[in-house]
Design a protein around this ligand. Structure first.
Ligand SMILES: Nc1nc2c(ncn2[C@@H]2O[C@H](COP(=O)(O)OP(=O)(O)O)[C@@H](O)[C@H]2O)c(=O)[nH]1
Ligand SMILES: [Mg+2]
Length: 301
């Protein structure tokens, strides 16, 4: 059975572009140069993604107010969905944050009222438009603002996304995290990685799939989020030719900080995965090798 995901939000936020790039393999550069026509009518499509079948609903922005007020349309758009992804962009958050908050609250109420039991997930999109120097701290601040203004009883996951080539992993990561909650293989790996990272410091682990999508990202609790966005760029470049680096710890210079990096193959353990990348500011080479060794052994059992 396909997992049904609804992508919704105001017009011009990037919903259809996300769908085209992530699920239909279109080149994001082409779509930024030649933007898509506005979506007219609710669009249904079915895709294969990470061993899951995903059925997508791309709702046109113009229809959002109608859906939010019409019960029948709500059942069409949100009934049986595993997840509702609400997309809004950075410029709109800056200029019209109250409208965004009102929409999300409304979706939350609808989901409760009809017992749809969908996960509500927020994508703050186009973060390439954020001034790069401040990106990490600014996004942490925005996350706190959103949570505070929403005043909801449950915490809603917020992902910061972009289709800019250097940041495209943010979008793959957000989508695959949403979907991997339904995919058994990657949730097992995610739990194992989480357990490994539990007591480590300033360390992060990433896993890619055979299509070079970043499908798992786990970071230790003290990891500097400012660095995360530089790391995406780094991973994007490394993933083009990782073979030379496999199995040996190298040093990566990320602005003010130096990291140790270890890449290992993971497709010998499970063909859903390709590489695992371990970045650490604190670990020694031997420890890094041991961590990935243990993790692979653990997965082999
Ligand atoms: N800067 C920037 N522009 C984007 C990004 N994603 C989409 N866009 C642009 O946003 C505009 C609206 O995109 P579209 O997918 O049609 O929006 P929709 O109405 O929400 O479906 C287009 O001009 C896209 O090229 C992004 O990550 N960064
Ligand atoms: Mg659209």
């Amino acid at each position: 059975m396909a997992d049904k995901i609804t992508i919704i939000g105001p017009p011009e936020m990037g919903k259809t572009t996300i769908k085209k790039v992530i699920f239909e393999g279109e080149d994001p550069n082409d779509l930024i140069l030649f933007p898509l026509e506005a979506t007219i009518g609710i669009k249904y499509s079915v895709h294969n993604f990470m061993n899951s079948k995903v059925s997508l609903i791309d709702a046109p922005g113009q229809s959002l107010p109608i859906i939010l007020h019409d019960e029948q349309k709500q059942v069409l758009a949100f009934g049986d969905t595993s997840a509702i992804i609400y997309v809004f962009d950075y410029p709109t958050w800056i200029s019209d944050s109250q409208d965004i908050i009102d929409d999300v609250r409304k979706i939350y109420e609808i989901n409760k009222k009809h017992d749809f039991n969908a996960k509500i997930i927020l994508f703050l999109h186009k973060i390439d438009l954020v001034i790069k120097k401040k990106i990490g701290s600014l996004l942490s601040l925005i996350r706190r603002q959103i949570i505070k203004q929403l005043e909801l009883p449950d915490e809603i996951p917020i992902y910061f996304t972009s289709l800019h080539p250097n940041l495209i992993y943010t979008t793959y990561n957000a989508i695959s995290n949403t979907i991997s909650d339904f995919s058994e293989n990657s949730s097992v790996l995610k739990e194992k990685i989480k357990a490994k990272l539990g007591n480590l410091s300033k360390t992060s682990l990433f896993v890619t799939n055979p299509d070079d999508y970043l499908i798992i990202q786990e970071i230790s609790s003290d990891f500097d989020l400012n660095i995360l966005y530089y790391l995406y760029e780094e991973i994007y470049n490394k993933s083009k030719s990782p073979e030379v680096l496999i199995g040996q710890v190298s040093v990566v210079d990320l602005g003010p900080k130096l990291f140790h990096l270890l890449i290992e193959r993971l497709n010998d353990v499970n063909s859903d995965f390709k590489y695992i990348l371990l970045y650490s500011e604190s670990l020694e080479k031997e420890d890094m090798i041991k961590i990935l060794d243990d993790l692979k052994k653990d997965l082999n059992q």
